[in-house]
Design a protein around this ligand. Structure first.
Ligand SMILES: Cc1cc2nc3c(=O)[nH]c(=O)nc-3n(C[C@H](O)[C@H](O)[C@H](O)COP(=O)(O)O)c2cc1C
Length: 171
């Protein structure tokens, strides 16, 4: 059945929007890139796999974030999927305005061979990407990445989970 042609979307309450979409439990990851001589990072829960052939993943990036300009400039980025014991990293890389310089000093890390982007050691899984497409996503950009490299350093590790605005672990 076709919707009526004159159907106008109702105004959406932003608080309710967050409450409703926040009921969709997700993992938590740190996306990283290097641009302008600096390492950038951002906590995300919008990471999603998209396609197997070709292998594509996506992350939705706030246009107002520093990471947005950096990832568009660089075109190379990486994803570290966090384990239950990495909540402090999630909190740190979600803090707006934190100094970029030395921001990885407290976190064991190494660089991905495919991108040179920082990968957090101790993560459950890592993915390195080249930007494949950037789509309009309202106040976010939908950045789709072609997978260059994958690693599974802790395949049995428990994930860090985000649900209803709170970090959780799977019991
Ligand atoms: C659990 C969690 C998930 C988040 N997911 C996203 C996301 O998917 N996309 C995004 O743009 N910001 C997301 N954020 C907010 C960014 O982590 C935050 O704005 C960060 O400070 C941006 O870093 P920057 O200003 O250095 O770019 C999330 C925050 C939290 C706590």
């Amino acid at each position: 059945m076709q919707p009526p042609a004159d159907l106008v979307p109702l105004p959406v309450d932003p608080v309710l929007f967050r409450q409703v979409t926040g009921r969709f439990a997700t993992g938590v990851a740190i996306v990283t890139t290097a641009a302008g001589g600096a390492d950038h990072a951002m906590t995300v829960n919008s990471f999603t796999s998209v396609s197997l052939d070709p292998p594509l993943v996506l992350v939705c990036v706030d246009r107002a974030s520093r990471f947005h300009g950096a990832v568009l400039d660089s075109g190379l980025w990486a994803v570290s999927v966090l384990g239950a014991g990495q909540r402090a990293a999630a909190e740190r890389f979600a803090t707006r305005g934190r100094p970029l310089e030395g921001q990885f000093a407290d976190w064991p890390h190494h660089r991905g061979a495919g991108t040179g982007a920082v990968l957090l050691s101790g993560s459950l899984a890592t993915i390195e990407c080249r930007t494949h497409a950037v789509h309009d996503g309202g106040d976010h950009a939908i950045v789709v990445g072609r997978v260059l490299d994958l690693d599974l350093p802790d395949p049995d590790g428990a994930p860090l989970v985000f649900h209803a605005g709170t970090y959780r672990a799977i019991a």
